[in-house]
Write a protein that binds this ligand. Structure first.
Ligand SMILES: [Zn+2]
Ligand SMILES: [Zn+2]
Length: 254
């Protein structure tokens, strides 16, 4: 990949590799722009979830390490410090202020829970259409804040009910993204690991609604940058569905 804004590190608790190891692998893989997007602390109940994440205490050192690695490899690559953030209405504004003040340059919207870290986990099996609707409402509200640079895996909800209903609801996200001028991600980790996303209905919607799409490696190991298989599959899908793919995206101020 030439550009990737979706990268984790060992600090999130479920990935491998330091900031520098990712930058080094990205350079080896021929990348020109690399953005880090660690799962960020949820501010409320930071230890209440089984999904670990970067804490605010770790944030300054994380930013420093990103800057140092970017400086070391500055002749080969441009490195950015972003964050993958949940949109929780109660605490989002406060968290965004903290992240901005600490030097975070952009935010990706990644909705893994609803309402709070204690809320419904979107990757658990969901049959209730009301939860699906609520998920879409929350992602849409997140986009409407104007704070997010793009939406990571918008179709990550594991809804096992009617596929027509899933498509109908995800269409609302696609339409709002278009109205907000936001790219939607084709998550290459999902393709790499053959997860339930990106799903067929999502590709159909991207084509039907004419969304702009962007690849996100969602790297959890540095060597992901040396393996082009998922990107090749992603490119074939982009071609198959005739999607409008962008490589870079301007950062939204938040
Ligand atoms: Zn995510
Ligand atoms: Zn991620």
């Amino acid at each position: 990949m030439r550009v990737n804004y979706h990268t984790h590190t060992v600090l999130c608790g479920h990935a491998r590799g330091t900031e520098e190891e990712y930058v080094k692998a990205a350079v080896e893989g021929g990348m020109e722009i690399l953005g880090f997007s660690e799962h960020c602390t949820y501010l409320m109940h930071p230890h209440a979830t089984d999904k670990p994440c970067l804490t605010l205490q770790q944030l300054p050192e994380h930013i420093r390490a990103i800057r140092a690695a970017g400086e070391k490899y500055r002749d080969s690559i441009r490195v950015h410090a972003g964050m993958e953030v949940e949109y929780f209405p109660e605490t989002f504004a406060e968290l965004a202020n903290i992240l901005r003040d600490q030097g975070v340059e952009y935010l990706l919207l990644g909705q893994h829970f609803l309402d709070s870290p204690l809320g419904q986990r979107t990757r658990n099996e969901i049959y209730d259409p009301a939860i699906l609707t609520h998920y879409c409402d929350q992602v849409i509200e997140g986009m409407q804040t104007g704070a997010f640079t793009y939406v990571a895996h918008p179709d990550c909800i594991l809804f096992l009910g009617d596929r027509g209903l899933l498509k109908q609801q995800l269409r609302r996200i696609c339409r709002e993204a278009k109205a907000c001028g936001l790219p939607l991600e084709i998550n290459l980790l999902g393709i790499h690991k053959q997860k339930h996303y990106p799903c067929t209905e999502y590709f159909e919607l991207l084509a039907e609604e004419g969304n702009t799409v962007i690849f996100g490696a969602d790297a959890h190991q540095p060597e992901r940058f040396l393996n082009y298989e998922a990107e090749t599959k992603g490119k074939a899908l982009v071609e198959q569905y005739g999607l409008h793919l962008v490589e870079t995206v301007p950062f939204r101020r938040f």
